[in-house]
Write a protein that binds this ligand. Sequence first.
Ligand code: GLA
Length: 394
Amino acid sequence: MNIQHLKQLFTSYFNSESQIIVRAPGRVNLIGEHTDYNDGFVLPIAIDRAIWLALRPRHDGQVHIHSLDMQPAPPSATVAQDNPTPDSVFELHSLTKGSGWLEYPKGIAYHLMKAGYELHGFDAVMTGNVPRGAGLASSAAVELAVARAFAAVSGFEWDAPKMAKIAQKAENEWVGVHCGIMDQMASAACKEGHALFLDCRSLEIQHAPLPKTVSIVILDTSTRRGLVNSAYNERRSQCEEAARWFGVKALRDVGEFTGKKMKEKRGFSEVVLKRARHIITENARVLEAVEVMKNEDVKSLGELFNASHDSLRDDFEVTNDALDIMVECAREQSSCYGARMTGAGFGGCAVALVKGGNAAEFVHAVSAAYRRRAGLEAAVYICKASEGASLMLG
Ligand code: GLA
């Protein structure tokens, strides 16, 4: 991101200079998929793609956000100050629900105030390069960037887990999407060069250094599927049903998969059994991944990636053809230790663990193989583990 350019845009849009820049990244989850809402374990990294806001405080309780990506650019540079586009402005003390991207900032404002924070408003220009709907947590990046902006202009301390929880509330209750806590925690709390080993029950975190000999490659299938929300919610209730059967609070509390016992129980469907098997084995894979990373054992880490994808494909059934093809194309490359879908699934991205020096070659070969097999153009990029939500004066 060219920060100078963003600052210039702010100046031309608002007719004065910005004072603060905030940034919050998207994430790619290395392993631990659909485990967060089962109180389980996840291992995401923040990626080097983010949402940025250039801003300046306001003292009249209003928030003006001009998004460069979500709405057309203004017809002239000076319109906004006196005559802002109505969908990019809200009053902190008379928030009402609407529709569109502004619901994310409004939801953050509402839930910060509900949690007792006194907020000041701001003028901001917002932009980003996290692809939307690709499973890279673009919504969480917007939420955390806005939360970071409120912290900066209102003068309260940045408490990453607290902010992640508020952002999750905003998404669950204001926007109405019933996501878990992983994306918000990753965007809020990740550390450069590290994966975030997160216990989604206690929110305890450990920053796990990434093996030095590998590259992490994001493979965007360029497929996006609608109806993700209903399929996601269905998976959630199937997991809850399984937890009830086990007599535990969440599937996290089941240490070992006991399929036989579950089958014996009348009325316990094969489908719910498969969902439970994915969650229980996936939690175990995250714990193992953290251990093998300590020894830089990238071969075992790759095998865990592969097992995770197979479980998401066969038991949790959240892949699509494009994701399965992409993962096969990746695994066929000799430089690939392992590959799996990442995020909620049903389309979007896969992630591969690739031998360090071979990543550029890998990107080229997988893109070509995917084009041939799926008939689609992929976006494949090497990604760096970056820092969570951060503030730059400027
Ligand atoms: C989405 C949700 C997360 C998580 C993943 C699946 O990204 O927002 O909370 O459940 O799906 O692991």
